[in-house]
Design a protein around this ligand. Structure first.
Ligand code: MN3
Length: 222
């Protein structure tokens, strides 16, 4: 088991091991859309395993511990071949899930209206995709038709939005695109509650999208 140096300051150039970020809400906070047991296993077991495996791989090339996760993924081809696939899968898994927890939040009370993007993000979604409904259909389709395991993504590159899916734990950073919203469609993300009904899970997931955080990521990326 990897010995994790907890919360060590990530000063530039210093070696630092990757750590599992705490979930920003309770395991049950996204119910009924995503159940507590799924969240507990997904965060505590699956995400933790990506972090542990990433640290174990980087331990074979400790000089890479000075690089940020984003740097490693953007330049995955420069990672030594003996650990490249492990870093791709587990570094990608660590980055994808770290984003995933933050772009979800407990659904707003029904009285405040629908859970929808606002401001500049809403404007660019409408300009790019026609309207929010069409955008949601596009991302839902990309996610539900991804064969096997993977993610549906909304990304920013050169100020432009794009929707697509990628297999496994591949990060859009590997294509020089900044992910601002992603839906995990690995079976571990939904099988306990939804079994084989991936479209039902994706439809429910829209209720817990944290649009304020997606907006913040859009502003940072454009
Ligand atoms: Mn997952």
């Amino acid at each position: 088991m990897a010995h994790v140096k907890e919360h060590r300051a990530a000063a530039a150039g210093s070696e630092t091991r990757h750590v599992l970020p705490p979930l920003p809400y309770d395991f049950a906070a996204l119910e009924p859309h995503i159940d507590a047991q799924t969240m507990q296993i997904h965060h505590g077991k699956h995400h933790q395993a990506y972090v542990t495996n990433l640290n174990n791989a980087l331990g074979k090339h400790p000089e890479l511990l000075t690089k940020s996760l984003e740097e490693l993924l953007r330049d995955i081809k420069s990672v030594p071949e003996d650990i490249r696939t492990t870093v791709r899968n587990n570094g990608g898994g660590h980055h994808n899930h770290s984003l995933f927890w933050t772009i979800m939040a407990p659904p707003p009370p029904a009285r405040t209206g629908e859970n929808a993007p606002t401001g500049a993000l809403a404007d660019v979604i409408k300009r790019t995709f026609g309207d929010v409904v069409k955008f949601k259909e596009l991302l839902s389709t990309a996610a539900t038709t991804q064969f096997g395991s993977g993610w549906g993504w909304l990304t920013v590159a050169d100020g432009k939005l794009e929707v697509f899916s990628k297999p496994n734990q591949d990060s859009p950073l590997m294509d020089n695109k900044v992910p601002i919203l992603g839906v995990d469609v690995w079976e571990h993300a939904y099988y306990l509650k939804y079994q084989n009904r991936r479209p039902d899970y994706v439809a429910a997931w829209w209720n817990v999208v944290n649009w304020a955080e997606v907006s913040r990521r859009y502003e940072a990326a454009r």
